[in-house]
Design a protein around this ligand. Structure first.
Ligand code: LMR
Length: 328
């Protein structure tokens, strides 16, 4: 190998292995499942990593593992409780084993846009949910936004009846199972990392996701098209273990939480724009996007909305009322 080739190889290795942590630094491994580019979570995680490594150099060191390279979302919370990873940001749909209260966020047409989600999360009801899993060893630190979900399948979806008999991948949430059953589909829970292959091979016919995920994982390439339904949301809980957080010196914990809070504010303000850019990239890459008129969209609302009754006990009518008051 030439000297240049060796230098290049070393740079690439350093780049993928992240900033090597120095002896004595607190290592913060952050595992997530999405891509890093044109993605609200990917961008926020990278910014957090940069800021921690610059501002807490010598004290702490963050290593981000995107794209499910360390854990899938169904494994990461167990790994966190074992102390193998310190930070994650799974979608709110992935906490069913720990709390049923987050089911609120999966109820179809509960929130009209990300601003409504943000306002609910900032309310007393939303902030109380951050602490709802302490007994199970998990502490919510912040909500990170992704955006509104769209429907895609291997055939055009205009009326909800077009979904009859189709197999849909869903995240690990019983609300999403009920939602797909309401439109006559057969839902299948599956890890995010397996969705592209399952769509490509016809294991499932369709899925629901945000523009940034549909673009970032190229789902649009193996679907007939994407219908702009905005029927639900994907949002994240930045989460850690109670034990790890307690193990930090107060000053270190404060600095870490302050940086996290600032990154949250800056990046949440951009999440809608990031999804719009991803949507535009789908169009530019030749993906088909279908719009619904008011009457067509109302059909989706009428078909999915009855799912609320099944879960009002789990999420609490008070939470539903609080969310709806904000949405009004
Ligand atoms: C999914 O599984 O579809 C999403 O939760 C992935 C993600 O983290 O956005």
């Amino acid at each position: 190998l030439t000297a240049t080739a060796i230098a290049t190889a070393l740079t690439i290795t350093a780049g993928t292995a992240q900033a090597a942590c120095d002896d004595g630094e607190i290592v913060i491994k952050f595992s997530h499942v999405t891509n890093t580019d044109k993605h609200p979570k990917g961008i926020a995680a990278s910014l957090l990593e940069t800021r921690i490594n610059e501002e807490m150099n010598g004290t702490a060191c963050m290593e981000v593992f995107p794209n499910s390279t360390l854990y899938n979302d169904n494994k990461v919370l167990e790994a966190m409780l074992q102390g193998d990873v310190q930070l994650a940001a799974p979608s709110l749909s992935k906490f069913e084993k720990f709390t049923k209260q987050f089911r609120l966020f999966d109820l179809p047409f509960m929130f009209k846009n990300v601003d409504a989600v943000d306002a609910f999360q900032a309310s007393d009801s939303g902030q109380a949910l951050l602490d709802s899993m302490q007994r199970r060893g998990l502490q919510g630190l912040a909500y990170w936004h992704n955006g509104m979900k769209q429907m895609s399948a291997n055939k055009p979806l205009v009326s909800p009846s077009d979904a009859n008999g189709l197999k849909f991948r869903v995240q690990s949430s019983d609300v999403l199972v009920a939602q797909m059953e309401a439109i006559g589909g057969s839902p299948q829970k599956m890890a995010f990392s397996e969705v592209y292959g399952a769509l490509q091979q016809g294991v499932v016919d369709g899925q629901e996701n945000t523009w940034s995920n549909i673009y970032g994982k190229k789902f649009f390439e193996v679907q007939d098209g994407v219908t702009e339904t905005n029927h639900g949301i994907i949002d994240y809980l930045v989460v850690t273990s109670v034990d790890w957080l307690d193990s930090l010196d107060p000053a270190v914990r404060d600095q870490f939480l302050t940086i996290l809070g600032e990154v949250t504010q800056v990046r949440n303000a951009e999440s809608t724009a990031v999804n719009e850019a991803a949507k535009q990239s789908i169009v530019e890459a030749g993906g088909e996007i279908r719009q619904l008129n008011g009457e067509q969209r109302q059909e989706w609302v009428d078909t999915m909305r009855p799912v609320w009754e099944q879960f009002s006990g789990d999420v609490g009518q008070d939470n539903i009322d609080a969310a709806q008051a904000i949405n009004a």
